[in-house]
Every structure is written in C-alpha cells, then in structure tokens.
Design a binder for this molecule. Structure first.
Ligand code: DP6
Length: 325
C-alpha cells in the first residue's frame, strides 16, 4: 500500500455578485461573471491517499462518493490517470453556520489531487479544473476578493484574484437553519433561468460588475454592499418568478432579517444583506460595526446563531499534523 498523502486547505467564499445560471451545463460555464470574498473563519481541509476505490469521508462520516468519483474521473481524463483515492475532508465552520461547503471542498480536493500527482499547475488552472466540480469552487483558491470570469469556453472560464484590498469588510453570518438545502444550487439555477426576468438579471449583473469593481478599487464599501444586496435579492426574485417549479430559499426569519438590516441602515449602520442557496443571511458591514450588529441580531432573534467572518487567505498545502480536528 502506497502511503503517499497530499493535503490542501481552501477557504469558503461568499459571492457579492452571484453565479446563478449556466450557459453550458456540461462544461459548467456560468451566464455571468461573479465576484466573491474569501473568508478566514471557514475552510475545508482535504487529504487524499491511495485507496481500493474512490471513497469520501467528510467530518469522519462516510459519504456517497458519486459526485467526487465523477470529478476525479474528469481529472483523470483531463490530466492523466492516477490510482483510486481515499478522500478525507474536514469542514471547519465555528457553529456549523450553514455555509455552502462545496466551494471550499472542490477547491481543496482539486489542489490535493494535483499535488498528489505532482502536477505543476497555476492557481488559475486549478480554478479552471475545480469549476467542473462546482462553479463556486473556482473562487476559493484566492485570498480576499476574487472574480470568476464567465469566459466563453472551457479554457477561458476561471477565477483570479483582484488586487489586494484594505477594505475593512466583515460579514455577520446569521444562521437561520442548519438543514441541508431542499433545492440544490444546480437545480435552483436551472429553474431560475425559466423566469421571464432572467435575461434582465444577466444584463443588470453585467452592468453591476463594472460598478462593483470600481467601488472595490475606490475602497467604497457602501457601494459594494448596496450592489451586493441588489444583486442577491434580484437573484432570489428569479426563483420566485420561475415558470418551471418556482420556489424560494427564504424562510420567515430570512425575511425578518432582511427587514432588520434595512432598520440597521436607518440607524446609521453600514449594513447590507446577501443570501445564497438557503435561508441564512450574511450581513455585509464594516469590521468596527460587526460586533454591535451581532449583539443586536442575537437580541432581536431567538435561536439565531451568529458568527463574524473577515477576509481570508488563499489556498495552502498543509502537513498531515495540521489537518483540522
Ligand atoms: C448561490 O457552485 O453550488 O452560492 O456549480 O452547480 O455546483 P454548481 O453550483 P454552486 O452554486 C453556488 C451558487 C451561489 C452563488 C455563488 O456562490 O456565486
């Protein structure tokens, strides 16, 4: 038995401009470019080693390896054969904040496999490969703010880092529910694309993209937050107006927190909401206001779990001893 192992750590990212639709489902090409913030506090460690067949353990529990096996077979076909792998993954999330882990998971897996096979690949190339596992994983290789360029074919669709920023951004992550999402992102975005408003959302997103990038360069957090909220709420409106099985990820508490964020703004806070494929709300704010907003959220909502997240680092390779426990 070959004992060679390889371990990588990738942090979660939250999109400030969402990926919500595929123009090519087989290649996982998105309809829009997206822009994200990598978070320090949430990450995935993934270790690969040779096994009898491709298997997957997450947080010490055996998982259905179908999706990972399919992705590993894609890597074999694309980059050259390698033996079956045992994939051991650990998601580090302070209170299980209900954050999507497919982004950090597929980024860490892609990097661990590349390292295991001594493939010498740039971060952009790793990002391009990870796209086939999960779109949002493209952005989890990079520190701080990253952009996933939608591209027009398999080669041109990958993410890269934006220039380093000193913007004092924080996310107040409000965990409404821990339940796994009832509608997967892939299914949800496919339904959203049947909304009569879908083309308008794509066109608007293209416009917002330039404004958001300029705001980032100018350290204008107010505009970054405002666009992020507008982009996210419009994405969720598509789900509700889909002509194929319309749906929503919102729960009553999601709606109440959106109202709470609006109230915070009235009180003079910098606060904007963003929401992904689930009911949890991330409040975009300034680092020096995050703690107060957290206290207010805890006081306003019973049973809410709240974590503060800040900009995080890009991909790293770690020693077995440093594997999260
Ligand atoms: C709402 O990356 O999970 O978080 O490519 O089908 O695996 P697949 O989708 P996924 O979608 C993420 C959607 C989102 C927005 C975003 O992260 O940009």
């Amino acid at each position: 038995m070959n004992e060679k192992t390889s371990t990588a750590r990738a942090h979660t990212n939250i999109a400030l401009m969402k990926y919500w639709g595929k123009k090519d489902a087989a290649l996982n090409l998105p309809t829009t470019s997206s822009l994200s913030l990598t978070l320090k506090e949430f990450y995935t460690d993934t270790m690969v080693t040779e096994g009898r067949e491709d298997t997957l353990l997450i947080n010490n529990l055996m998982q259905d390896p179908t999706r990972v096996h399919k992705f590993l077979d894609f890597l074999r076909a694309e980059k050259g054969d390698f033996p079956p792998l045992t994939v051991v993954s650990k998601n580090v999330v302070p209170t299980s904040a209900g954050l999507a882990s497919s982004a950090s998971s597929f980024a860490a897996l892609t990097a661990a496999v590349a390292h295991y096979n001594d493939w010498d690949l740039s971060l952009e190339e790793l990002s391009r490969l990870a796209r086939r596992g999960s779109g949002s994983a493209t952005r989890s290789f990079f520190p701080g703010f990253a952009v996933w360029h939608e591209g027009h074919d398999d080669q041109s669709s990958f993410a890269e880092s934006l220039p380093e920023s000193t913007m004092p951004i924080a996310l107040v992550v409000c965990e409404v529910a821990k339940t796994t999402k009832k509608v997967s992102s892939s299914d949800g975005m496919q339904r959203a694309m049947t909304s009569p408003d879908y083309e308008a959302w794509v066109a608007k997103s293209h416009e917002q993209f330039d404004v958001m990038q300029a705001a980032l360069a100018a350290n204008d957090l107010e505009t970054v937050g405002a666009i992020a909220e507008e982009n996210a709420l419009a994405m969720h409106a598509l789900n509700m107006s889909a002509t194929d099985r319309r749906f929503t990820y919102f729960s009553q508490m999601t709606i109440d927190i959106i109202a709470f964020v609006k109230e915070l703004r009235k009180q003079g806070f910098l606060a904007y909401a963003t929401i992904d494929a689930g009911p949890n709300v991330k409040i975009i704010t300034r680092q020096d206001q995050a703690e107060e907003i957290k206290e207010k959220a805890l006081a306003s909502f019973r049973k809410l779990k709240v974590e503060i997240a800040t900009p995080g680092p890009g991909l790293s390779y770690i020693e077995e001893n440093d594997f999260a426990d």
